[in-house]
Design a protein around this ligand. Structure first.
Ligand code: HEM
Length: 536
């Protein structure tokens, strides 16, 4: 076991100020009065009832009764750690984002990993997508990159997200099952929404049951924009490649581990850090100049599609190392509030309708999860950049703002927070937007199967067999015959042999579908167990 002293970066120095070491003092109430009895409540006589007057008992119990806050509506179960992002290649030419500005620049970060569907007490090794969320504490504000361990998503538009999550989480009448893909509503949603086909293949592949946290790839999923000091924009896609390689469990292992140690992933991350085997990822981007927006025939705004690495290779620009466990799970991992809208100069959004709709959801949900609008004052969420504005009051306000004036443009205060006139600071990209209001999308959005086919065809025979077995196993939990048949009908659009295998296992019919082979098949997709460098 290595010494786990925190690395004193700027964020750690800030967190130190909030830490309380409960050592050697006399027990007190929350109002500071010394307590003389903490084991027996006050009763009326030796054998009588407990008295309401026992203020110490009441305060202690009241606080305990309110220790839990609402769990996240999705990604409820999670584990996290502190670390450092180090830029290894200056990206100044493409973005003014301070964290990518110069080789060797270090930025503190906190990361949280989380299965999507299960409750807070569910098991780590269930088949699911894993959240891959990062909060970079930069000198110019917090930058949150809220990604997943798969490069695409199930739906193309956030307006469907409540429906999708209602379908994958526990069914409302009996609150089962904890695993997303093992029930009727999951398969009903999938087979009624064919845009899910590509992501379904990833989720049913070995990627759905990772070996451990530090053997998972991460992806930003959406196309984002980088903006440089001249205001020039590039499209980018983020990739995070584990230095230990990408590895999975096999289904039999996943099930057994789940029974023996439901905390398998979080324990492994914790132990790795305690032992000094710090998890590491290489950070890379696919960079696409504005002029190439339509070059690949794949709409960059469609989050159910990726850009194969053979078309746009990944440039490695940095590395992440996780090197410190949290001191307090609740204070840090539970209260951390990620939000794709927390960005810094040099980063901008695209019009991906899933990304656009996420920009509303995270702040909104955190209002209720963290009890009001002041959650950025919680130590783990506090930026290391100074905060100075006229926002005031609200539930759980910690700051004592002083003075008479709390409005912009004033003469009285003489020290009004003014807007920055520095060209470097954040300005939305002056992107031309015009058109009729519409709910229609480009044709590329209607192509639901070509990348699902590309993914399946890029698998080795063993990996294909795992997908066949996974779908047969999970779909077998679906009780509705019609939904099982609908699903086989959908899968027949991806691969006839796959559909036939599942149909035989589940006593369904295979429809005659003319599967259109895509023009391009990416060999880079099948990377399982091929990149083990044994460095760890
Ligand atoms: C968590 C909404 C799509 C990654 C959450 C939370 C909400 C949410 C409400 C809980 C946040 C909290 O309580 O603090 C949505 C909506 C989506 C969407 C509305 C689609 C419109 C995605 C996508 C990704 C993603 C595409 C990955 C690229 C995550 C992660 C977390 C999360 C990693 C957990 C954050 C944490 O560790 O605290 N999402 N999400 N979500 N979401 Fe999404």
């Amino acid at each position: 076991k290595k010494d786990n002293k925190p690395k004193m970066d700027k964020k750690q120095e800030q967190l130190e100020k909030f830490k309380v070491r409960d050592e050697g003092e006399t027990l007190t109430t929350n109002t500071g009065m010394k307590v003389t009895e903490d084991e027996k409540s006050l009763t009326a006589g030796r054998r009588g009832p407990t008295l309401l007057e026992d203020f110490h008992y009441r305060e202690k119990m009241m606080h305990f009764d309110h220790e839990r806050i609402p769990e996240r509506v999705v990604h409820a179960r999670g584990h996290g750690a502190h670390g450092t992002f180090t830029c290894t290649k200056s990206m100044k030419e493409f973005t003014k984002a301070i964290i990518f500005s110069e080789e060797g620049k270090e930025t503190p970060l906190f990361m949280r990993f989380s299965p999507v569907a299960g409750n807070k007490g569910s098991s780590d090794t269930v088949r699911d997508v894993r959240g891959f969320a990062m909060k970079f504490y930069t000198e110019e504000g917090n930058y949150d990159l809220v990604g997943n361990n798969m490069p695409v998503f199930f739906i193309q538009d956030g307006i469907k997200f409540p429906d999708f999550i209602h379908a994958v989480k526990m069914e409302p009448h009996h609150d089962m099952p904890q695993a997303s893909s093992a029930h009727d509503t999951f398969w009903d949603f999938i087979s009624q929404n064919h845009e899910t086909a590509h992501m379904l293949m990833w989720a049913m592949s070995d990627r759905g049951i990772p070996r451990s946290t530090n053997m998972m790839e991460g992806f930003g999923v959406h196309t984002f924009r980088w903006i440089n000091e001249d205001g020039k924009s590039h499209f980018i896609k983020y990739h995070f490649k584990p230095v230990l390689g990408t590895h999975s469990l096999v289904w039999d292992e996943a099930q057994k581990i789940s029974g023996k140690d439901p905390d398998f992933h979080r324990r492994d991350l914790w132990d790795s850090i305690e032992k000094g085997n710090y998890p590491k990822w290489e950070v890379g981007v696919q960079l696409i100049p504005e002029k190439d927006e339509f070059k690949y025939g794949i709409d960059l705004l469609d989050p159910t599609k990726l850009i194969p690495e053979e078309m746009v290779p990944i440039t490695i620009i940095g590395k992440i190392e996780l090197n410190k466990n949290p001191d307090n799970f609740f204070a840090e991992t539970e209260q951390v509030a990620f939000h794709p809208g927390h960005i810094i100069p040099g980063i901008d959004f695209t019009n991906d309708p899933l990304l656009q709709t996420r920009l509303f959801s995270y702040l909104d949900t955190q209002l209720s999860r963290l009890g009001g609008p002041n959650f950025n004052e919680i130590p783990i969420n506090r930026p290391i950049a100074p905060v100075y504005n006229n926002q005031r009051d609200g539930m759980h306000r910690m700051t004592i703002n002083t003075g008479q004036v709390s409005y912009h443009k004033n003469f009285l205060k003489g020290n009004d927070p003014h807007e920055s006139d520095d060209e470097h600071d954040y300005r939305h990209l002056a992107q031309k937007v015009e058109g009729y209001k519409t709910r229609e999308r480009s044709e590329s959005f209607d192509d639901h199967f070509s990348q699902a086919i590309m993914f399946y065809n890029s698998m080795s025979e063993v990996e294909k067999q795992h997908i066949k077995d996974a779908i047969s196993f999970e779909l077998n939990k679906c009780e509705s015959e019609e939904v099982r048949q609908n699903t086989v009908n959908m899968i027949a659009n991806i691969d006839r042999d796959l559909a036939k295998h599942v149909a035989e296992k589940l006593d369904c019919k295979v429809p005659n579908v003319d599967v259109k082979k895509p023009e391009y098949i990416s060999p880079a997709l099948s990377q399982m167990n091929t990149k083990f460098t044994a460095k760890g």
